[in-house]
Design a protein around this ligand. Structure first.
Ligand SMILES: Cc1cc2nc3c(=O)[nH]c(=O)nc-3n(C[C@H](O)[C@H](O)[C@H](O)COP(=O)(O)O)c2cc1C
Length: 161
């Protein structure tokens, strides 16, 4: 998840943002991009559609626009706008992620004291992969274990081997 922030210039994101998005060393595929901006009245302007067309491989979510004068002079209001925006994101994020992660498929793994509802997607994903790894260990399923670890990782068994 990438938060992309900028001021609105001429109804759009500034050209330097295009330079960033067009940089071929960045791979946006599979990423969720969340735009946010300050502005003088145009709100997000054309910036969301610009971002979508610049990085079509990313999923671009609806962004947050805060008036530049609010950001400059009224930090409490700006903060509450950011907080309510983040709150809405977290809800969506957790809901979609939960549907993707079915821990009941790991019959040999028991989750103890895990607050799944309080986790964001990235935390759930790590826990899910860890559970999958544990299940694979109990089944001596080295194919799955190999799939879950990168070539240059050395896994040390709890026995020390
Ligand atoms: C070159 C330039 C162009 C701008 N064009 C717009 C615009 O088209 N629409 C708008 O709402 N604000 C426009 N603004 C106002 C900025 O969006 C606003 O001042 C800024 O978001 C506030 O952040 P800052 O404190 O970092 O300047 C423009 C500002 C500059 C410097």
């Amino acid at each position: 998840m990438i938060f992309l922030g900028y001021p609105i210039w001429n109804g759009n994101c500034p050209n330097i943002m295009l330079t960033f998005m067009e940089n071929e060393s960045y791979d946006f595929s599979g990423k969720t991009v969340i735009p946010f901006c300050t502005h003088g009245g145009s709100s997000l302007g054309r910036s969301e559609s610009t971002i979508k067309s610049e990085i079509p491989s990313a999923t671009v979510w609806g962004g947050l626009a805060i008036a530049g004068t609010t950001a400059q002079n009224d930090r409490d209001t700006a903060r509450s706008q950011v907080e309510s925006f983040i709150g809405r994101l977290n809800l969506n994020f957790t809901r979609t992620s939960m549907a993707k992660y079915d821990f009941s498929e790991f019959t040999n793994v028991e989750l103890i004291n895990a607050d799944l509802d309080g986790m964001i997607g990235a935390q759930l994903e790590i826990l899910y992969l860890q559970a999958k790894y544990c299940q694979a260990m109990t089944e001596a399923n080295t194919d799955t274990m190999r799939e879950l670890t990168s070539e240059n990782i050395t896994f040390t068994h709890m026995s020390g081997k």
